[in-house]
Write a protein that binds this ligand. Structure first.
Ligand code: UD1
Length: 433
């Protein structure tokens, strides 16, 4: 039931998009890698399953801590069942190829590799000397003679986050120096680099468009705490603003959200940085229609586009929202329209007319961030909104309904999804460990 202003304190979980590559990085060493602040969301279970499937041991001595030991890797593959549910499973490729000299990934269909959405990863591996080919419908990569990749200068044709991470991990064990140009600059890249350096890697420049990696002979164990999730933070900022509430958002890193914070301030949202890890959002101001273009970091994140669009349905005037990172990322629009939003799509841009009174409806979640935008719409809509396929939300948000309910939202989970199973399984593991 929408309409209640959110008030109180909310805590941010660890960043899923940092935890996923950091978990994959554990494949680079036979020693133990301990990761703290792992969020319990569905993509993390998938990544954990991948690690266990290939032979790694994953223990969870505490709820948010994973201890990964990849001393007995038996399979060098990211299997189809996992890749199709989570694209980030391809992050296993770089580490497998670097340490064992071979890696395989199953891709759906059988078209040319060049048209695949991981073409930039694969061509990067080739530039590090790997031979990449198709074998029975799978992509197989092999390091050159002697089993070790060799450093190279790689110019990414397009900014790719997981592509940069995959190549950065692969290069840590390569012979010689690798330079990544036009690298992604997301905070998750810097977080991964920090872990890799703790493991003994020599990575410099992460967080800028040019990353240099001096290859080393071997990597060792390390302990690392994952950064807070900037997209979860952004989603809760919008939740406070759209309900005209007053929220204190804790355990976050405002400096990772500069573009979003600037845009929301421009739109009239009152945001105050109480300290380095706490933001206060008060939404008792009128929201102004403010155009936005999504871009790679440090630009406005595509992962906040859907949530921002929901906010703009409540703004005064017409907002133009341009999506430049992904094709076809307006799947939430038809559902928002069913709730009364006035949105028009023209190619890569959407124009939103506001303010409109949204009304509750039965809506369908289509992907992770689209489903977050529907939750936000439900928070402000008149009457009841029922969201189907919430497993999309559980991929990346830790118990979103519990966090929102604790600050006054009228929201409940009707049917259990996977996060419950996850916390149960983590607790189970904690008891064994
Ligand atoms: C990551 C994030 C995701 C976010 C996205 C963009 C993770 C686990 N996921 O996804 O939440 O929305 O960054 O910020 O970190 N592309 C190619 N060929 C490639 C690779 C990418 O054409 O080999 C294209 C993609 O289709 C897309 C664009 O490049 O249009 C950016 O994609 P990319 O940065 O690679 O996204 P992910 O790393 O998959």
């Amino acid at each position: 039931m929408g309409g209640r202003p959110l008030k109180g304190r909310i805590s941010i979980s660890g960043a899923k998009n940092s935890a996923l590559p950091c978990m994959a990085a554990a494949i680079l060493t036979p020693e133990k890698v301990t990761l703290h602040n792992i969020p319990y969301v569905r993509d993390i279970i998938t990544q954990r399953r991948l690690l266990e499937d290939i032979g790694a041991t994953v223990l969870t001595p505490e709820l948010r801590t994973h201890q990964i030991t990849a001393s007995h890797i038996e399979i060098f593959e990211a299997p189809y069942e996992l890749v199709k549910t989570m694209r980030a499973s391809v992050l296993a490729l770089g580490p497998l190829l670097a340490r064992f000299g071979k890696a395989k990934v199953s891709l759906p269909g059988g078209c040319a590799i060049g048209t695949r959405p991981i073409d930039l990863h694969l061509s990067g591996f080739e530039q590090l000397g790997a031979e990449v080919g198709l074998e029975a419908g799978d992509v197989l990569a092999r390091a050159p003679h002697g089993g070790r990749l060799r450093g190279a200068e790689i110019n990414f044709a397009k900014v790719t986050v997981t592509g940069t991470e995959n190549l950065m991990m692969a290069a840590t064990l390569a012979r010689g120096k690798t330079i990544l140009n036009n690298a992604a600059c997301e905070p998750e890249i810097s977080d991964l680099a920090e872990l890799l350096n703790k493991m003994g890697a020599r990575v410099r420049g992460a967080g800028t468009a040019r990353i240099e990696i001096e290859g080393v002979e071997a990597l060792g164990g390390a302990e690392h705490t994952i950064i807070p999730d900037r997209i979860e933070t952004g989603t809760f900022i919008v939740a406070a603003a759209i309900t005209r509430g007053d929220l204190e958002i804790r355990d976050c890193r405002p400096e990772h959200l500069a573009a979003l914070v600037a845009k929301l301030r421009e739109a009239g949202v009152a945001l105050e940085e109480l300290n380095q890890s706490t933001l206060r959002v008060s939404g008792d101001h009128h929201i102004k229609a403010t155009d936005v273009i999504t871009e790679p970091h440090p630009g406005f994140p595509t992962d906040m586009q859907a949530q921002y669009m929901t906010l703009m349905t409540q703004a005064n005037g017409r907002t133009a929202i341009a999506e430049t990172v992904f094709e076809n990322r307006f799947m939430h629009v038809s559902e928002l329209q069913r709730m009364g939003a006035r949105i028009h799509i023209d190619g890569h841009s959407a124009s939103v007319d506001g303010p409109v009174r949204l009304t509750g409806a039965r809506v369908l979640a289509s992907d992770l961030r689209a489903s977050a935008s529907l939750v936000l719409a439900g928070l402000v809509a008149e009457g009841e909104t029922s969201i189907q396929r919430v497993y999309h939300i559980d991929r990346g948000y830790e118990r979103i309904e519990a966090k929102l309910r604790a600050v006054g939202a009228d929201i409940e989970r009707i049917r259990e999804s996977v996060s419950a199973t996850l916390s149960a399984s983590l607790e189970g593991d904690a008891a064994i460990a």
